[in-house]
Every structure is written in structure tokens, then in C-alpha cells.
Design a binder for this molecule. Structure first.
Ligand SMILES: [Zn+2]
Length: 469
């Protein structure tokens, strides 16, 4: 039997570890920290709690160079947390190093991995996913010496494709679901993982190639019951986030524009409206405020600057249950607090775009973004494919308020063969459908059409999406 585990950080709140044990959890990835100075607030409670009930522990450290931290400063941060744990610092499983943030200086990362190996007396595991490893390619050869904990987030299977697949990775652990609904996490959910094989004494039968992994999935996959969906509202639609017709504002940057500047997400991930500072910004839909200010994991700099995010579970255009998040970036004043419920049209702040807390902004504007994901929230970490064009849901606005250019784009129909496009969920489809592209379905599972990229990474969508051939 493959071993059931979880991974937790401060986002999951307080964990009642006996509850996890009772549900069959035998191992846990526990976030320690990130960079030089960031520490997970639940690290000690989780580290001692898991031990107290005999759950095997795997600390994990997030590699993050964005503030200039290299191997030594990451290692210093890690060592200080290890010191806090006294004699109990090692855990039962190898430390994992989370590599999912660009950029990565491979020599620095390798230095850090070697320092960790020297401390632990065994190689760390690397947590990552194909989507980020593709961005980071070309990948150095030495990565194939490590064992991998692979992101999945989809109940379907690990996404192993592209440059990552070319490494022929040894996959020891798979993050299956980001939203296993449980009563023993105060957040109400945890991330669910599977270890490939027996953990006893850390004797892991290795999954040495992708064929084995796929065979394992065929034999054991889909064990996780789909989580209960949140209450679903009506079909999602967006009102204007600005009090005056959008046609009166210049669009200073369109969705998906300038991929050279947004390597991490493939292009600009929202629409920028050039508006004067101090313009009221309105909730484009009802929902719950999940961010107001900087994101908690970016305490010193957030590219969106002070911003507001609103989350709402609702039906997609096609009747599918989704979780939407709208992002109102670069605000000069915040009028709502995290956790608040807002109504459509409610003022959430005043626009900005200049000043020390404007984030990645070169002048006054509102950045308006939409994230559309599966039926469950998984916090504020989004994949590139989660971002969708706001115009998809703004399209019910009277056409007179939409620029002629946008109207024209909607009418431009093209066909695109996306078999080889490395994306992990249907939002690529939605995003691209927003400009009228059609798709072909290559496989059908469980009533969902699958766009099968290579058998090692695939996306799914409901075949009843209009335009799917
Ligand atoms: Zn923007």
C-alpha cells in the first residue's frame, strides 16, 4: 500500500495531529521557512505535533532568490530553524527543498543542496513541478541525481513532462490534492500526498521511470474522493471594477501582453487600465476578501503592491463549479480587510500605481486580473495557467463601453492544436477561448475530454465547451 501523507504550512492553520493519524496519515511535509529570514509560524507546533503521534516528518524549505538570497543565506535560515528543534531537528525523512520560484541560479541551488546533504547525511528531496521546471530550463544534468516530490494538484496524476520528463526523474512522492477537506485542520483542508512505497525505515522502493509511475497511477490512482464542493453561487459574471465606463480609459497593457516581461506566467496576467490615482476601485463581483495589502508570504515586496483579492465559488460559463479570484492591483488605499464579505460594486480601495508600495508598476493604473481554478480554493499560489482574460466575464458589458479593438478580437476565430502545449488545467482553454480559439479532444475520461499532451502531462476540459471539436 502506498503511503498517505499531507503537507502543511501556516495556511492550514492549527493541525490536530491525532486526527491526521486517525485518518491514516503516516508522513507529513512540514514547512520550515523560506529565504534567509522567513519562518513558517506553525513550524514548531507541526514539528512536535507530528512527532507526538508518530507521523514521519519531512521538513521543507522554500528556495527563493527573489530577494537576492543565495546558498549560504538559505542555509543559515535553515540552520537556525534546525537549532530551534534541538536534538529533534533531523526528522524521519530527508529534508525537501521546494523549487518553484524563478529565477534559480543552479550553482547556488546546488551549493545549498550539498550543504543540506552534509548536515543530514543524505540527499534532500526536491519538490517541484514540470510547469516551473520548463520555465527554468535548460536543466542541469546533476538534477537527475535527486529524488523528487512532484506537484500534481489535480487528483489525476503527477504532471511530468517537458524538460523535467527528460531528466527521467526518480519520483518518490506525489502531491495529489491541495484540498483534502478534513476536520483536524483549522483551515478545513490540507494538501494530500502519496509516498511511492513503504516508508518503514526509510526503505523506499524507487519509482525509477515514468512508465512505472504511470503504471502505478493506473493501479492506485483516483483513491482520493473528490472533495465536497463549496456552496456555489450563480454563474460568474464581472461588473466593471471602475465607476466610469471602461471605454473612457486607455488600456495600457492587455492580458497576455509582453511575455518577455512576465516569464513566470507567460505574459501579463491581467488588464491594466490607465486611470488617475485616487479613482475608486469597485468589487467586480460578490465574494470574500483573501488579500488586502501584500500577500503574507511576500512581506517586503509584492509585485502587485498593495492589492485586494476577492474569491467566489461560482458556476463557469459551462455550468462547471469553479473558484474565481479577482485581483485589484497597485492600490493607493485599502478599504476592505481580509476575511470580509463584499458585495458587487462595493468600493475596495482607491487606485494607485506610484509610490513605495505600488509594486511592479511604472505609473498610475489599475491592474485587474482574474484567476479561475477547479472547484476548490488552494490559497493564493496560482499557476500560470490559472490566469484568465477578464474579458471573458466582462463581455456582457454593453459593447459601447468596450473598445473596438477588443470587440474585433472576440470575433476573430482561429484554430489551435494544443496537443503539445504544456499546461495542466482547463484554464488555458478558457483563456484561449476568450479570443475565439477552438480545440480538439483526444481522450475522454469520466465524462471529461482530455487534451492528452504526451501521456505524461495533460489537461482536461468538459467537451461541451463550445468550440471543442
Ligand atoms: Zn498589470
Amino acid at each position: 500500500v502506498d503511503e498517505l501523507g499531507i503537507d502543511v504550512d501556516f495556511n492550514k492553520g492549527t493541525i490536530v495531529w491525532q486526527g491526521a493519524k486517525d485518518d491514516g496519515v503516516v508522513f507529513a511535509g512540514i514547512r520550515w521557512g523560506q529565504r534567509r529570514d522567513w519562518r513558517d509560524s506553525q513550524r514548531l507546533a507541526n514539528w512536535t505535533g507530528a512527532r507526538s503521534v508518530g507521523i514521519a516528518r519531512m521538513g521543507y524549505w522554500v528556495w527563493d532568490e527573489r530577494g537576492g538570497d543565495g546558498a549560504l543565506s538559505h542555509w543559515q535560515g535553515l540552520s537556525e530553524v534546525a537549532d530551534e528543534f534541538g536534538d529533534d531537528w533531523r526528522g524521519e525523512l530527508p529534508l525537501a527543498v521546494d523549487v518553484e520560484k524563478a529565477p534559480v541560479s543552479w550553482d547556488e541551488l546546488r551549493q545549498f543542496l550539498l550543504l543540506v546533504e552534509a548536515d543530514w547525511g543524505r540527499k534532500p528531496t526536491i519538490y517541484s513541478g514540470s510547469w516551473i521546471l520548463e520555465e527554468l530550463a535548460p536543466l542541469p544534468e546533476w538534477l537527475s541525481e535527486y529524488e523528487w516530490w512532484v506537484t500534481g494538484y489535480n487528483n489525476v496524476g503527477p504532471d511530468v513532462w517537458g524538460p523535467f520528463a527528460d531528466l527521467h526523474p526518480t519520483v518518490v512522492c506525489w502531491q495529489q490534492s491541495e484540498d483534502w477537506r478534513v476536520s483536524w485542520s483549522s483551515a478545513g483542508y490540507v494538501d494530500r500526498d502519496y509516498w511511492q512505497g513503504d516508508l518503514g525505515g526509510y526503505l523506499m522502493p524507487r519509482v525509477v521511470n515514468l512508465d512505472d509511475l504511470v503504471a502505478w497511477l493506473d493501479a492506485h490512482g483516483y483513491e482520493c474522493e473528490p472533495p465536497a464542493p463549496p456552496p456555489i453561487g450563480a454563474a460568474f459574471a464581472l461588473a466593471s471594477p471602475l465607476p466610469v465606463p471602461l471605454s473612457q480609459h486607455r488600456i495600457s497593457q492587455e492580458f497576455n501582453a509582453n511575455p518577455q516581461w512576465y516569464a513566470g506566467v507567460g505574459g501579463h496576467d491581467g488588464v491594466d487600465f490607465a486611470i488617475p490615482e485616487g479613482t475608486p476601485v469597485l468589487a467586480s463581483h460578490a465574494g470574500k476578501v483573501t488579500v488586502s495589502g501584500y500577500r503574507p508570504d511576500r512581506p517586503t515586496y509584492d509585485p502587485y503592491g498593495d492589492h485586494v483579492r476577492i474569491e467566489q465559488a461560482a458556476l463557469d460559463l459551462d455550468g462547471q463549479e469553479r473558484v474565481y479570484t479577482t485581483i485589484y492591483g497597485h492600490l493607493d488605499r485599502l478599504d476592505v480587510q481580509v476575511g470580509a464579505t463584499v458585495e458587487k460594486g462595493q468600493q475596495v480601495g482607491l487606485s494607485g500605481g506610484v509610490g513605495s508600495r505600488a509594486g511592479n508598476s511604472t505609473g498610475p493604473h489599475l491592474h485587474f486580473g482574474v484567476v479561475c481554478r477547479g472547484a476548490q480554493s488552494r490559497g493564493e499560489t496560482f499557476l500560470a495557467g490559472d490566469f484568465a482574460s477578464p474579458w471573458l466575464w466582462l463581455k456582457d458589458l454593453p459593447e459601447r463601453v468596450i473598445s473596438a479593438e477588443i470587440v474585433q478580437r472576440r470575433k476573430t476565430l482561429t484554430a489551435l492544436n494544443i496537443r503539445n502545449v504544456p499546461m495542466t488545467d482547463g484554464s488555458l482553454v478558457r483563456r484561449t477561448m476568450a479570443v475565439g480559439v477552438t480545440f480538439s479532444v483526444y481522450e475522454v475520461r469520466s465524462g471529461w475530454g482530455a487534451i492528452d499532451f504526451s501521456r505524461t502531462g495533460w489537461s482536461s476540459l468538459n467537451p461541451s465547451y463550445s468550440g471543442v471539436a
